[in-house]
Design a binder for this molecule. Structure first.
Ligand SMILES: [Zn+2]
Length: 425
């Protein structure tokens, strides 16, 4: 059992929230707005502050070759594989103060509590504060976690920020050596797994009246440009002779929404281009974007087939044709059964006896880490499901439950590891 919590307790929810406020002050924007991007002075400053908190928690700290801040607490003997606990400290423009930050500070609080309890674990604990999850500065997300996962792409060195500075030059200016990026990479045998607490960025937990939830998977998106092609013509053309690409696309978009809704899938049409785009000309061609994401790749891909069949049917009926180009495809990252179970055990310890399981519609560092370790995630209720916005809000009670649940999840994993390794008496 953890000690009774007071405001003075460095591992309390009140302290954690005060630290979120403290980090929110490190921003490149005025007027209390938060923006903290990769390889900026603010990035260096929050790493220094968080390193101090990690040191106070008993961790040995270092900054890796990608600017991620790391801290380690050895297990029963030095050099054991590590369970990584973490999230990110960078933000989007006009950010909230909890997205990512909450997970890092929860990790620090949990390690501090476990160390204070005197319990030794059959694995090391490491806290990782990823340097770039959002991709705000260079337009490419998950740079920090991709470096740790060893999936860095050298083509990224030429990415440029709004000022025209390349990622390569930003590394040098910040005191990092691009040639050493490989040093940030971990190997699978060094890791027990990766556990991340994060605000939900959606309203499901709030609607279900739950503080916490077990993440089943992080959805991977497939994106397409879909073109509906008819024939441009004078607006005087009778209906029977029209081949109106926009009317067809409109019917398709509504059908896509209906199909995705019944399948519990996320389908978003966010861009639409009408050609020739004149008030008195029947549209001859429409190009629209489609972003499809779901809990499982198989279901997402099945629904894409249903959408394609629907497009074929309605285009044939309207004398149109259609084609599509896939512009992006990422697999869903599934949380492992073992880490889902320990996260559920952690949530049960807070009094929620039947934890809710949900999938993440947004991307997270865990997606990248999944390349080298099993992953688990815990979602925390956020007010109105709002994130990436100054109005982002979590309650102190929910934060207290988060720290308790992650601590108990780590201990449950230790118990199961102990049991697996110990010979029967
Ligand atoms: Zn985040």
């Amino acid at each position: 059992m953890s000690a009774p919590m007071t405001v003075a307790d460095a591992t309390s929810a009140a302290t954690l929230l005060a630290r979120c406020d403290e980090l929110a002050a490190y921003s490149s924007l005025p007027d209390g707005l938060i923006e903290r991007v990769y390889l900026s002075p603010e990035h260096a400053a929050v790493n220094a502050v968080a390193a101090r908190w990690m040191t106070e928690a008993g961790l040995t700290t270092w900054q890796d070759a990608a600017g991620n801040l790391c801290g380690r607490l050895e297990g029963a003997e030095p050099g054991l594989p590590a369970l990584l606990l973490g999230s990110h400290l960078d933000t989007v423009p006009s950010a909230g103060r909890y997205d990512g930050i909450l997970g890092v500070l929860t990790a620090i609080a949990v390690v501090q509590r476990i160390r204070a309890s005197g319990r030794t674990l059959p694995f090391a604990l490491e806290v990782v504060a990823f340097a770039d999850e959002e991709g705000t500065r260079f337009g490419r997300a998950l740079l920090g976690s991709r470096a740790l996962a060893g999936t860095w792409d050298d083509a990224w060195w030429e990415l440029r920020d709004a000022e025209g500075t390349s990622l390569h030059d930003a590394f040098l200016a910040w005191g990092l050596d691009p040639a050493r990026i490989g040093d940030a990479a971990r190997r699978p045998e060094q890791l027990v797994g990766y556990l991340e607490a994060h605000i939900e960025q959606g309203p499901v937990l709030e609607d279900e009246d739950r503080a916490l939830g077990v993440v089943s998977s992080i959805a991977g998106a497939r994106r397409f440009m879909v073109s509906v092609i008819g024939a441009a013509g004078h607006s005087g053309t009778p209906y029977e002779r029209r081949r109106d690409a926009l009317a067809g696309a409109a019917e398709a978009i509504v059908a896509i929404e209906r199909i995705a809704r019944t399948a519990q899938l996320i389908a978003t049409v966010g861009q639409l281009e009408v050609s020739p785009g004149a008030v008195n000309v029947i549209p001859g061609r429409v190009d629209f974007s489609l972003d499809l994401r779901g809990e499982y790749d198989s279901e997402r891909d099945r629904i894409w087939q249903v959408i394609q069949d629907t497009l074929s049917e309605l285009c044939e009926r309207r004398g149109l044709r259609w084609e599509s180009v896939q512009t992006h495809s990422a697999p869903a990252a599934a949380c492992s059964a073992r880490l889902r179970e320990v996260v559920a055990a952690g949530i049960r310890s807070t009094g929620d006896e039947r934890p809710l399981s949900l999938f993440s519609k947004a991307g997270h560092d865990a997606m990248a880490v999944a390349a080298i370790a099993e992953i688990g995630m815990l979602f925390v209720r956020c007010e109105g499901g709002v994130s990436h916005n100054p109005a982002e809000h979590v309650t102190e009670a929910d934060v207290a439950a988060t720290i308790d649940a992650v601590e108990q999840a780590v201990l449950a994993l230790a118990d199961s590891s102990d049991g697996a390794e110990r010979a029967p008496r």
